[in-house]
Design a protein. Structure first.
Length: 139
């Protein structure tokens, strides 16, 4: 039987470390091959480790100084929720939005579920997209 508490803490710690090291491969490594990640409130959905990697590469290219700070982590069995703050400077294309050179700070939360192998199989991101677009001057 998997110890989800320890596994979830490890996966979450590795995820933050990977984002802050700007390592898209390490971000993808905590996801199962058939994982699904959704950005709630947008049509964005990625499937599988390759999709997660591509999303991470796009975000890290758009914000080369990308920084993710965990504010809170709640673990419940094979599920966890974490509240976070993302900061960065928009210096690359962001899904069709050309670089603005503007600094951003947005808050959000992610709800995840781990599979029996201890890897993320579902990720739901709740990001303040209105604040992001306003800070970029396009919203």
């Amino acid at each position: 039987m998997i110890d989800y508490r320890a596994c979830t803490q490890d996966v979450n710690d590795r995820t933050y470390a990977a984002w802050n090291a700007h390592d898209a491969e390490a971000v993808a490594a905590v996801f199962a091959e058939d994982a699904v990640a959704r950005e709630v409130g947008s049509p964005m959905e990625v499937r599988g480790r390759d999709g997660v990697r591509a999303r991470a590469e796009a975000l890290l290219a758009a914000f080369p100084d990308f920084r993710l700070e965990r504010v809170e982590l709640v673990i419940d069995g094979d599920r966890h929720a974490d509240r976070w703050i993302l900061t960065g400077t928009h210096l690359g294309d962001l899904y069709g939005i050309p670089p603005t050179g503007r600094a951003v700070r947005i808050e959000g939360a992610t709800f995840s579920r781990l599979g029996p192998d201890g890897l993320v199989i579902e990720d739901y991101h709740f990001s303040n997209m209105a604040a992001l677009l306003a800070q970029l001057g396009v919203g």
